[in-house]
Design a protein around this ligand. Structure first.
Ligand SMILES: [Zn+2]
Length: 403
C-alpha cells in the first residue's frame, strides 16, 4: 500500500511543476538557449532520436575545431516562419563565437540552417561559399539527422580553419544516379520558350534588351502601385513549405526509379535556390518573387507534375500556361489574364517594383521589373525563368562565385 501511495504522490509532484511552464511557454530560441547551458546538443523532447545518430553528431562537434551548438527540433508553424533567422536569434542569446546549427524535421525529412559567427579580423571563408562548393551536399540523405548535421559541421570547420573537406561516407549518400544535365535535358528545358540550345544564352540577353525597349505598360489609366513585398514574401514562404512537404513525400517512397531520382534532384535544386533567395535577400521583392516561382516549380516536380514556366509579366500570377507574341516574334509564357491583355494589344501592368534610379530618390514611381537592368539580377535576366529555365542554376552559381 505505502508503495502505491508513494508512486501516486511522485507522479503528482512530477506533474505539478509542468503546469505553469505550459501556461506560459518560453519562446523556442529561449528554450534552446537554456538547454545549451548544460549541453551544446539540444534535442526537443518531442523527438526520439537514436543514440547512434546523437553519438555521431557529438563526435563531429568534438573535432570541429570551432565551438558548435546544435538543436534538433520538429518543424512547427513558428519555425516555418523563423527557421532562417534562428541561428541569428540563438547567437544573440548565447553571444559566443561558433557554429549555430538548427536541424528541423518535417515528417521524416531533415533540413539544417546554420550560421557561423566569429570575431572580426580572423581569416577564413564564408560558410555559404564552402557549402556552395560542396558538390556532394545534394546527395546526402535527409531521412535521419546526423548526415546533414555532420556535413554542416565539416563545412564550418573548413570555413573556419581551412582544413580540407572530407568525402561523405557512402552510407550517407543517396543511391547512385545520373548526375549533371545532358544536352537533351537542356533542350527539353529550353523547349517551352521555343528556343533551341544553340545560341540560347545570347538570345535571352537580346530578348531582354528588346523587352526593355518595349517598355512600360500604357494607358490602362488607373494609378499603378508597386507590389507589396510582404505579400510576396508570405506567398513564397508558404510555397517553400508546400514544396518541402512534397519533397518529403517523394523522399519516403521506396525503390525510387531513375526517373523519380531525377525528379528529386530537379525539385531539390529549385527548392535550395528558393531558400537561398529568401535567406540571402529577405527584403528584396525580386528575390521573394523568384523564390515563389522556384518553390512552386519544386513542388510540382516533386509531386510528379510537369514543369510550368511562370507568367513572364508577373511571376506572382498563375503559371504561364498560355503563350503570347509580345515583341518582334518573341513568344513569352503568360497567365491567361495577361495573355488576354496582350491579345487586346495592351501591355499588362506586370510586376511593378520601385525604380532604382531617380535623382535624390524622388522618382520612386514603380516600373515593370523587365525595364530594370538584366545585368543586376538573375530574376530580371531570365524573366524569373520564363525566358530561360536556368534561374536555379544562376542563383546557386552566384553563391559559388561569391568567394
Ligand atoms: Zn500574368
Amino acid at each position: 500500500m505505502p508503495v502505491r501511495f508513494l508512486t501516486a504522490l511522485l507522479a503528482a509532484v512530477a506533474f505539478l511543476p509542468a503546469l505553469p511552464a505550459r501556461a506560459q511557454a518560453p519562446e523556442l530560441p529561449d528554450r534552446i538557449a537554456v538547454a545549451w547551458r548544460t549541453d551544446h546538443l539540444s534535442v526537443d523532447p518531442r523527438l526520439a532520436i537514436p543514440a547512434t545518430e546523437l553519438d555521431r553528431i557529438r563526435g563531429a562537434m568534438r573535432t570541429a575545431g570551432v565551438p558548435v551548438y546544435v538543436a534538433l527540433v520538429p518543424r512547427t508553424p513558428y519555425l516555418a516562419k523563423n527557421r532562417f533567422d534562428l541561428p541569428t536569434l540563438l547567437h544573440a542569446r548565447i553571444g559566443e563565437p561558433g557554429l549555430y546549427l538548427v536541424a528541423t524535421v518535417d515528417d521524416k525529412s531533415w533540413a539544417t540552417n546554420a550560421g557561423l559567427y566569429r570575431q572580426g579580423g580572423l581569416r577564413g571563408r564564408d560558410l555559404t561559399s564552402v557549402r556552395g562548393d560542396d558538390k556532394q551536399r545534394f546527395d546526402i540523405v535527409s531521412d535521419r539527422p546526423a548526415p546533414q548535421i555532420v556535413r554542416t559541421i565539416q563545412h564550418a570547420s573548413t570555413a573556419y580553419d581551412g582544413r580540407a573537406l572530407p568525402a561523405v561516407p557512402a552510407a550517407d549518400l543517396e543511391p547512385e544516379r545520373h548526375r549533371g544535365l545532358s544536352v537533351t535535358d537542356k533542350s527539353d528545358r529550353a523547349a517551352y520558350v521555343g528556343l533551341g540550345v544553340g545560341g540560347f544564352l545570347g538570345l535571352v540577353l537580346t530578348l531582354m534588351i528588346a523587352l526593355r525597349r518595349r517598355g512600360k505598360p500604357g494607358r490602362s489609366g488607373t494609378s499603378q502601385r508597386a507590389v507589396e513585398p510582404r505579400k510576396v514574401q508570405l506567398k513564397a514562404d508558404g510555397k517553400i513549405k508546400q514544396a518541402e512537404r512534397a519533397f518529403g513525400r517523394l523522399d519516403r517512397r521506396r525503390n525510387k526509379t531513375t526517373k523519380l531520382l531525377d525528379q528529386r534532384d530537379d525539385a531539390y535544386r529549385r527548392l535550395d535556390a528558393a531558400r537561398t533567395l529568401r535567406a540571402d535577400q529577405p527584403d528584396d521583392v525580386l528575390a521573394s518573387a523568384g523564390a515563389l516561382v522556384l518553390a512552386r516549380q519544386a513542388e510540382r516536380i516533386a509531386s510528379g507534375a510537369a514543369l510550368q514556366p511562370p507568367c513572364f509579366f508577373n511571376p506572382t500570377h498563375n503559371p504561364g500556361t498560355a503563350k503570347v507574341d509580345w515583341s518582334d516574334d518573341v513568344e513569352v509564357p503568360a497567365c491567361e489574364w495577361c495573355a488576354s491583355v496582350v491579345r487586346r494589344g495592351d501591355t499588362p501592368p506586370g510586376l511593378l517594383v520601385p525604380a532604382k534610379s531617380g535623382l535624390l530618390g524622388h522618382d520612386r514611381k514603380p516600373v515593370p521589373y523587365w525595364t530594370l537592368d538584366p545585368e543586376d539580377s538573375p530574376m530580371v535576366a531570365t524573366g524569373f525563368g520564363a525566358l530561360s529555365d536556368d534561374l536555379a542554376d544562376r542563383i546557386t552559381g552566384r553563391k559559388e562565385d561569391a568567394r
